[in-house]
Ligand binder design. Structure first.
Ligand code: HEC
Ligand code: HEC
Length: 220
């Protein structure tokens, strides 16, 4: 009450600045436990990813959640942004992708996407069990068409946006190949990298997809 006349006397700019300072102070108190963007914040956010991807990031087949541990920061960040901006996980029949898109929308503080991507990248890559029974030797020939982007040992190529595929769950890789072929992934005009991947699936039938995935499993 006592301060009121004083505030009213202040030039407009000054009182706005004072109000902003109060807001910042209030915000800082309310979120005193929230670390600034970076690894610590990323670790804190990651607690919300654990129910599906696991504490070690190895994933969960029942929930359709892939092994994300140790994926490069640039790729995790790119995919989270795609989910957030409705470039991935949008098709009404894509119930598994929709699960992840809903999740991506909770990363709403500035820097959250980058922070959690940074944390995920620090998790050691987990070996995954083989679940797809197919012919890896037949898949090896097909894989030669993937080498230009994903690399001979499937370590990925940042410059073309192609992620590592080694030590990724075979059931997940197979489902993604189907997703691309069906146009549930890689069809949004903004999704340039998905758009380069999608045509690679056109000539692959079910057998060829399973075989190439089986070959990728040999690239430990
Ligand atoms: C409700 C379960 C669920 C939660 C919680 C969840 N995810 Fe996912 N996530 C999934 C599913 C399912 C997929 C596979 C989507 C698809 O098939 O397109 C996925 C895919 C991803 C991908 C894409 C991986 C790739 O190889 O392209 C990334 C990155 C990812 N999640 C990161 C996260 C992060 C980070 C969090 C926490 C902020 C998180 N997820 C929380 C279910 C979940
Ligand atoms: C012209 C470059 C290019 C070629 C060739 C290519 N890919 Fe890709 N691939 C990509 C890019 C870029 C992405 C990432 C798409 C995105 O950002 O969503 C990708 C993503 C994928 C994914 C999804 C991985 C994940 O974690 O979700 C799979 C699976 C895959 N590729 C398999 C293959 C296979 C198998 C072949 C060969 C038959 C192949 N790719 C050939 C560029 C390529």
């Amino acid at each position: 009450m006592e301060l009121q006349p004083q505030v009213r006397m202040m030039p407009r700019k000054k009182s706005l600045r004072a109000a902003a300072a109060v807001l910042v102070a209030v915000g800082a108190t309310a979120c005193a436990h929230t670390p600034p963007p970076g690894l610590a914040r990323g670790k804190e956010i990651y607690a919300t990813c654990v129910p599906c991807h696991g504490a070690d990031g190895a994933g969960n087949q029942e929930l359709g959640a892939p092994n994300i541990a140790g994926l490069p920061k640039w790729y995790v960040q790119a995919e989270l942004l795609k989910f957030q901006t409705r470039q991935r996980g949008v098709n009404a029949f894509d119930t598994i992708g929709l699960r992840m898109r809903a999740m991506s929308r909770t990363l709403n503080l500035p820097g959250d996407v980058e922070s959690v991507a940074e944390y995920v990248a620090t998790l050691p890559r987990n070996p995954v069990p083989t679940t797809v029974k197919a012919n890896p030797m037949a898949g090896k020939a097909t894989y030669q068409t993937c080498v230009a982007c994903h690399g001979a040992t499937a370590r990925g190529t940042k410059t073309v946006g192609a992620p590592p595929l080694y030590d990724q769950a075979d059931w997940y890789l197979l489902r993604q190949l189907h997703q691309f072929k069906k146009g549930w992934r890689g069809t949004d005009p903004r999704d340039i990298t998905g758009g380069t991947m999608r045509p690679m699936t056109f000539s692959l039938d079910e057998n060829a997809m399973a075989n190439v995935v089986a070959y990728i499993q040999t690239l430990k």
